[in-house]
Design a protein around this ligand. Structure first.
Ligand code: HEM
Length: 569
């Protein structure tokens, strides 16, 4: 049940709500009296009481998009508990040893101590396989839940001021999770992780000028060098500490700015409608956390993941057919696979391997665009206002189109990571799959953008019709004058509040600066703003937003603001 709770007086978006009903009078128990005296008499008690009071007054909006944060937390709990357990039995060393553990087919094989210890965890230590699999399944779910958070935040505009920082932090959390997964994937030192490391070495060596140094810094000698010993601290210390640090920082920033909420009846930019953080939201989150943990354990107990005994130990000269990275690094592999053959040239006595440089540049550029998108959107739309109400994806058609283009781009790279499997499963040529994906990588985002944007604009028009005429009921009645009309059912108050865009759009009008100049940057900004808003329906007037035309040449100075936000029907 949704309740309006009374946020603290200091809360910037405080408002008076209905609050919880009065509790029944009852005689305080001994523990109640003891707790009250501890809370009253000690500094620590008073501090804890204040914090608990804050948490009880803190409203949390209820929406399914909030669930992904809890899934992320559940994964981290499982990763930490199982990871700490694994540390007791795992040996981070590439030194050779002879395998003589519980898996007979590998008896007598020369393997690394890392591989031997992972095999020991799997076959000889009670519960070891479950722990390994729980660790691995949680590592697979973690990036998925973070990506879902990124997507829901993106498509609802939850990254706009004052939450640009939380977006960047969420993106960094994603990168840290990728680093954690990649470094853990290499630790068992099996054939699959060895293949992955070989690709990493190749990419490092392909970087011009500094490549050899980067590879030797990472591997500490000829492949495989000391990579296991070097990745271990990165995996068990640096990546988890960075992850937890970033999550704590994001939580702190989110606490300070407060939650954003979807529009609805009674919801305004200056209030927060939801359930109290303590105990309601916390109990719900705790329940979901337990459910996710339970599901992870059930899956880990029943579904095999990373069967290193089938892959065998890493061998620098071998790679298994159909090798696949964990799903979250598949896009990096795919970027390498999509480069046409022979992309390299010699300059200044060095070979410049475009087959590595181009994928590196493309993936880096994609990541940079994702990280800075809130700033780009704010600059190009000139909308520097704070937004506490989220938008439905259809109401920001261009942003939704950009998001879909990004998904198609990422998805194509990801599919390319499995190009060989697609070819064998569907009995088609690998060249055909690669060529199709190359075309899709270039044309797919453009088509995805255009289709998604058009669909959003169509939905906006449908909403406008529904808001102004109501829903069609299919009931035709004949009027006394003989005229036939269809009866329309008017939209209810709740639904109207949800369907109406909460804040008006800003349309930039180009005005010359004090010296009468219309600079290139200003022109670009206004053009971008017009492109962003073109054909959008203004939910107040129900009309298309028509940005003012951009004047050409120099104009007389105005002495006023150079970019004027305005609404035009
Ligand atoms: C406190 C945090 C962590 C500790 C102490 C830890 C520890 C370990 C250890 C000792 C191993 C080697 C044992 C083995 O491979 O079976 C391992 C493997 C692995 N770790 Fe972690 N880890 C932590 C966090 C993470 C995180 C955050 C991720 C991913 C985001 C992750 C992903 C992996 C993966 C994919 C493996 C390979 C598992 C396998 O053998 O199939 N770990 N971890």
């Amino acid at each position: 049940m949704r309740t309006n709770v009374n946020p603290t007086a200091e809360h910037p978006r405080a408002r008076t709500g209905t609050g919880a009903g009065p509790g029944r009078d009852r005689r305080p128990s001994v523990t109640d009296r003891l707790a009250a005296s501890v809370a009253d008499l000690t500094i620590f008690g008073r501090r804890v009481r204040d914090i608990l009071g804050d948490l009880r007054r803190r409203p949390v909006p209820t929406h399914w998009t909030n669930l992904f944060g809890v899934v992320t937390l559940a994964c981290l709990v499982v990763l930490t508990v199982t990871g700490l357990w694994l540390m007791f039995f795992y040996t981070p060393s590439g030194d050779p040893t002879t395998y003589d553990g519980g898996y007979a087919p590998l008896h007598g094989a020369e393997v690394s101590k890392a591989f031997a210890s992972t095999m020991r965890i799997t076959f000889d230590i009670p519960g070891g396989l479950l722990m390994r699999q729980a660790h691995h399944w949680a590592a697979l779910l973690l990036p998925a839940s973070i990506i879902m958070q990124l997507l829901t935040t993106f498509f609802t505009g939850g990254f706009r001021r004052p939450r640009r920082g939380t977006w960047v932090l969420l993106f960094l959390i994603f990168v840290a999770a990728l680093a954690g997964g990649w470094s853990g994937y290499a630790l068992p030192d099996d054939m699959l992780s060895g293949t992955g490391l070989r690709i990493t070495e190749g990419v490092a060596l392909g970087i011009p000028v500094v490549g050899t140094w980067v590879a030797s810094l990472l591997f500490g000698g000829p492949f495989p060098g000391e990579i296991i010993a070097r990745l271990y601290p990165l995996h068990v210390l640096i990546a988890p500490v960075t992850l937890f640090g970033l999550i704590a920082l994001r939580g702190l920033v989110a606490w300070r700015v407060g939650p954003a909420q979807f529009p609805g009846r009674g919801r305004t930019p200056s209030n927060v409608v939801g359930v109290p953080l303590l105990p309601t939201a916390a109990a719900r989150a705790g329940g979901l956390l337990l459910i996710v943990t339970g599901v992870l354990l059930v899956v880990s107990a029943t579904v095999t993941i990373n069967p290193i005994w089938l892959y065998g130990p890493a061998s620098p000269g071998d790679a298994g057919a159909g090798s696949q990275p964990d799903w979250y690094t598949g896009f990096l592999d795919g970027a390498l696979r999509l480069v046409p053959p022979g992309w390299e040239f010699v300059l200044f006595d060095r070979t410049w391997t475009l087959a590595i440089l181009v994928p590196l540049a493309v993936v880096t550029a994609f990541f940079v665009v994702v990280a800075v998108y809130p700033f780009v959107e704010e600059w190009s739309t000139g909308d520097h206002r704070d937004h506490h109400l989220l938008e439905r994806p259809r109401d920001a058609a261009t942003r939704t189109g950009i998001g879909v283009a990004g998904i198609v781009f990422y998805g194509t790279l990801w599919a390319a990571g499995s190009a060989d499997l697609i070819a064998t499963q569907f009995s088609v040529t690998i060249e055909g799959v690669i060529a199709t994906l190359q075309v899709l990588l270039l044309a797919g985002p453009v088509i995805g953008f255009a289709v998604a944007r058009r669909v959003c604009l169509g939905l906006q028009r449908r909403d406008r019709d529904v808001l102004s005429h109501g829903f069609e009921t299919g009931r035709i009645v004949r009027l006394p004058g003989g005229e036939y009309v269809e009866v329309h059912r008017q939209v209810g108050e709740d639904q109207r509040a949800r369907m109406t865009r909460p804040e008006p759009r800003l349309v930039l009008v180009l005005r010359p600066d004090d010296r009468g100049r219309l600079t290139l940057a200003r022109r670009l900004k206004v053009r971008l703003s017009r492109w962003y808003l073109a054909d959008t329906i203004d939910s107040d007037t129900g009309e298309r937003i028509m940005p003012a035309p951009i004047p050409s040449g120099r104009s007389a100075p105005t002495g006023g603001a150079s970019l004027r936000p305005t609404m035009r029907p």
